[in-house]
Design a protein around this ligand. Structure first.
Ligand code: FES
Length: 129
């Protein structure tokens, strides 16, 4: 890939941008749009470049995180014992959640992890968001 002397190659730019995005996310817990705009100006890049990298990587958040982090296990044991019902219950309540493959507590399936604590799959016991 050709580069110009005053404009770094894509890989160098992406690595630098990723480091800066990590720093922003550490400060705010997510990537506020105003910060992304400032970053684009500082790096002399279009906002679309910054947004492209920020939205490509799953670990970057473009919206503020919920008050509680809920993770539904979708591993085999949890799937067989009702992970889909658990997810449906969470959706009905409007609770944001992430999914995981197996959290190592298959004996308690279906498993829901709330703020790092493993629990049984009972959406009724969830904290309000
Ligand atoms: S499959 Fe859910 S904890 Fe292992």
């Amino acid at each position: 890939m050709a580069t110009t002397p005053d404009r770094p190659g894509c890989h160098a730019l992406d690595a630098s941008l990723i480091e800066r995005l990590h720093a922003v996310q550490q400060r705010h817990g997510y990537l506020p749009r105003a910060e992304l705009q400032q970053l684009a100006v500082a790096m002399q890049r279009p906002l679309s470049d910054v947004m492209g990298v920020a939205s490509f990587y799953h670990l970057f958040r473009l919206v503020p995180p919920p008050l509680h982090r809920c993770v539904v296990c979708r591993g085999t044991a949890c799937f067989v014992r009702g992970a889909e019902r658990l997810e449906a219950g969470l959706r009905r309540r409007g609770v944001a959640f992430e999914t995981a493959s197996c959290v190592g507590a298959c004996g308690q399936a279906p498993v829901l992890v709330i703020d790092g604590t493993v629990g049984y799959g009972d959406p009724g016991a969830l904290p309000e968001q």
